[in-house]
Design a protein around this ligand. Structure first.
Ligand code: DGY
Length: 324
């Protein structure tokens, strides 16, 4: 792809890692976004007439309305994300636009953040940090800042894909007993001793800790509703690093206020950016701003994976991570 006359035009919608942008500029006629400005639907549609390919993030919304207005010049959307809930895949498929994602490469980073949230929620990390930082740490006693121990507890994992399995492995290192619910049971080697629950309810009933690792799809949106929270053991710790859309946030707040959920660790929210201001009223909700995959290593790996998909597509082959 070295002949500049025939190089496809690629729009990289957000500021990506320097290594990714360097490689993109080497191989494509690239339009970058050094100011990292978020583009609206009309701008995305307008850009589609200027480019053969887009490399967007989950921050760009390809709704049915946007997809209907895309210019036929656009051939491929190579996402810089594993989640593709920002893309109306049926509409894109109907338009013949190829869509890819970046699976596998962010599993370690996301599982690290899930573990951080699990430990931080259980052991009151955000509350303790605020206390010391604000100069309000004025006494100590054996009853001070007592949290929930993780070792020996049951962890329920909803969605045992790559991230869920890495999370299971990390949790075993902390002496947790792993249970999971998934669309289908894994083979024994992938299960690695975890207990399969055919129904979500069955998993929830045993989960002293619960961690969400499934994609947001029509089948999973709002899966953690009032009935689901009611199934959890009293005093459970809830962790979400997958998507805010999985959770009915009012139901989570009710569960926090009743003590059904003792603490929560959240990296994603129904409204992003911003989150839910009502969560901030609760010391026992430990929050991060959707940074599950935000490591230097993983940003490079995501960018390269998206570029690999583009290279394969423009070489006339089927991209390995095609989702539509
Ligand atoms: C993903 O890849 O889906 C992460 O949430 C970051 O976009």
């Amino acid at each position: 792809m070295s002949d500049t006359k025939t190089r496809p035009v690629l729009w990289v919608t957000r500021k990506l890692s320097a290594n990714t942008e360097r490689r993109a500029a080497r191989d494509y006629e690239v339009i970058l976004n050094p100011e990292d400005r978020l583009h609206n639907a009309d701008e995305i549609v307008a850009m589609s007439a200027r480019v053969d390919a887009m490399l967007p993030c989950h921050s760009e919304q390809f709704t049915a309305d946007v997809v209907a207005r895309l210019d036929p010049r656009l051939k491929i959307i190579a996402n810089h994300s594993v989640g593709v809930d920002h893309c109306d895949l049926d509409a894109l498929k109907a338009r013949g636009i190829v869509v890819t994602n970046t699976p596998d490469v962010l599993s370690d980073a996301t599982a690290e953040i899930a573990m951080l949230l699990l430990l931080g929620a259980a052991r009151r990390a955000a509350e303790g940090d605020r206390l010391v930082r604000d100069g309000r740490w004025t006494s100590w006693s054996p009853s001070f800042m007592v949290g929930r121990q993780v070792t020996g507890k049951r962890l329920g994992i909803v969605g045992m894909g790559k991230v869920g399995r890495v999370m299971a492995q990390r949790a075993r290192g902390f002496g947790m007993e792993v249970h999971y619910h998934n669309r289908s049971r894994l083979s024994a080697d992938l299960e690695a001793g975890a207990t399969y629950h055919e129904s979500l309810d069955s998993l929830l009933r045993v989960s002293e800790f619960l961690s969400m690792h499934c994609p947001a799809t029509p089948a999973t949106r709002g899966i953690m509703n009032a009935e689901a929270f009611a199934c959890l053991p009293d005093g459970c710790v809830f962790v979400n690093t997958a998507r805010g859309a999985l959770v009915d946030e009012d139901a989570l707040l009710d569960a926090i206020e009743s003590g059904k959920v003792a603490a929560a660790g959240l990296d994603c929210f129904a409204v992003e950016p911003g989150g839910n201001p009502r969560f901030a009223e609760h010391e026992n909700i430990f929050m991060l701003p959707h940074i599950g995959s935000a490591t230097f290593e993983t940003r490079d790996a995501m960018g390269f994976r998206a570029l690999d998909n583009l290279d394969t597509f423009f070489a006339g082959d089927e991209p390995g991570d095609r989702v539509a």
